[in-house]
Design a protein around this ligand. Sequence first.
Ligand SMILES: [Fe+2]
Length: 376
Amino acid sequence: MITTSLQSGTQPTVLVVDDEAGPRDALKFILRTFCNVRSAENAKIALEVLGQEPIDLITLDQKLPDRHGLELLREIKHHQPDVEVIIVTGYGSLKSAMEGIRHGAAGYLLKPFNVNELTTLIQQTMDKKRRLDFLRYCLRTLPNLWGSEEESGRAWNTVKTEYASLSIHPQNHDALQQDEMMTLLPLLSDALEATDRQLLNHSSRVSFYATLMASRLNLTVSEQKALALGAFLHDVGKTSLPSYKFSEDQILPSGEASVCREHVDRGVRMIAPLGLPSETREIIASHHERWDGQGYPHGLQATDIPLLARIVGIAQAFDHLTADAPGRVALPLEAAIRQISLQSDTHFDPQLLELFVQVVKNSPVSPRAIEIAPAA
Ligand SMILES: [Fe+2]
């Protein structure tokens, strides 16, 4: 049995931050039935409480007397990314509540509160936090997850069993156990989010771009599925890196990712015992290879690099240029296309890159929209 700080069945501690006594007392009254409750009437007191004791979740009013709620949210998420935050807002401020979600809030609540919606949102957020805390703990303490295939298989079996008990309603447990992928995908998605929610969003966007490319190439259905999955998991090895932050994971002017190269091998070792398609493994193994042979880990060249890995290599580099995420400067579409086109024939397969540029220019969906809905 793996133990973490917030166990299933223990009462979470919630900090209610609101300067108005009415909504603050209403929230405290409702939450007391299933949470330990603390409260603060301004940002200064909220930060003092956070510095004094472990807080699992914060309900944060957007308008505080000493600071804007979003500014406080950014500071909290920067220093304590594991603390979940729910924005409390009126109908008139929905746009900034959505901005809060972009900065890491788990959801938002509309005033006046609907008690059912409030309790459901808090409980969903806490359920998710239990799963993410559990996976953070596993990623910190079980290096066998990226050990030999035998070690990794044993470590994953432990993680999968306990993760299932945290995430599946008892009546669905047997049915879901029959479909390995139905339990594996949420687990791997949660592992990406437990590392950094922006890493999950990046992975989702890269998978979206790869899917757009698949529809323009003559790929079999099984290749298309392996591509979508491999694109989603291309950076799964980054979940093994302590203190990984997507905002610091920049592409250098040389076109090389600044994060440690070890993430490629670790990603391959992590998925080895999971029974995923061999093409998915190839994508993870080769998405940093370069057309001119100057990439890593093996210096593969041109068409020696598997086709699906060449697609994901382009998609992930493009997303690093255009990612609209906190702490990053995103290039507009045209500038990103100009920049990535400079690397045709050196980093990327020129024909695939030309197709990719056509595909993103014609895509009706903005990359900003391709983000995972929080607190599900
Ligand atoms: Fe990578």
